[in-house]
Design a protein around this ligand. Structure first.
Ligand code: SAM
Length: 275
């Protein structure tokens, strides 16, 4: 069989809406070739039996709805490749908005940042790479913490990003210039409606936050003033339709909303407040 025949035969098996690039990417991973090498070899017969077995295994997982990022064990976020396993949420493009806003606020000044619910460490690590901030990356899940530590080491960020196992906030109160969080924010109803690719593979504890979806956001907002310096910022990623509820939490905590940002679908996705 030629590489081009393998490619077209498997492309045909994908459901509509799925990308042809997934097949290409899996061929590249299974046969350990670059995109250019794949296109050069397109009309050559496949002689790598091990590569072929690997490709078939990967493809079966793709057909069973497993996200491509878990099969590849990595996901690009803000132009950087992060290790991901089913212990962590796959970084989403919307979260880049949260990081952009955090970087705008930080500028080039040294700062102390608290990242709540760090997961793979995507937010903490990009902020560390692109600013002079030091970050405390809080994560409650043990398996997610192992991935977080691996990513910190992968980027050589051990001096700048400190992983901390805690329930939202560090035990010792310390003042931060900013708190950033992409917490779980799906309601029970949102969770029930998720496609199987997310619901069966991504960690429930990273997504679901009580009946209304605002449980984690409420807890974070309520305690944020204890951990923020005067003038410090709280930056939160929120779910569809949660702006009003989060505004009420901010008001109750005495924090002042400075801005909210809509994502490419027009959904209020990031809310920023100041102490
Ligand atoms: C939506 S994911 C975000 C992951 C990552 N920051 C990102 O943006 O892709 C939420 C994360 O919060 C963590 N988490 C949930 N409850 C927590 C708690 N009480 N304390 C700390 N982390 C928590 C989850 O394990 C998960 O890694």
């Amino acid at each position: 069989m030629l590489y081009s025949e393998l490619f077209t035969a498997h492309l045909k098996q994908l459901k509509t809406g799925e990308l042809s690039t997934a097949v290409e990417v899996l061929i590249e991973k299974a046969f350990a070739v670059s995109r250019t090498q794949f296109w050069i070899r397109k009309n050559q017969p496949i002689r790598d039996a091990g590569g072929l077995r690997k490709f078939r295994r990967y493809f079966r997982r793709l057909l069973a709805d497993e996200p491509l990022a878990y099969i590849l064990k990595e996901k690009e976020f803000f132009g950087e490749k992060f290790m991901v396993t089913p212990a962590v949420l796959i970084p989403r493009p919307e979260t880049e908005l949260l990081v952009e806003k955090t970087l705008d606020i930080l500028g080039k000044k040294p700062a102390r940042i608290l990242d709540i619910g760090a997961g793979s460490g995507n937010i903490s690590i990009v902020v560390a790479l692109k600013s002079r901030a030091r970050i405390t990356a809080v994560e409650a899940s043990g398996p997610a913490m192992r991935v977080l530590k691996k990513n910190i080491a992968r980027f050589g960020m051990q001096e700048r990003v400190r992983p901390l196992a805690a329930d939202f906030f560090p035990k010792k109160t310390r003042s931060f210039h900013a708190i950033v969080a992409n917490p779980p924010y799906l309601s029970r109803k949102d969770w029930d409606a998720l496609p199987p690719g997310i619901k069966c593979f991504e960690p429930r504890t990273a997504l679901l936050a009580g009946t209304e979806g605002t449980e984690a956001l409420k807890k974070i907002v309520a305690r944020a003033p204890e951990y923020l310096l005067p003038g410090g910022h709280l930056l939160l990623e929120i779910g569809q339709g949660q702006l009003r509820a989060v505004r009420a939490f901010l008001k109750a905590a005495g924090l002042k909303e400075t801005e909210h940002v809509r994502d490419y679908r027009g959904i209020a996705r990031v809310i920023i407040a100041c102490r």
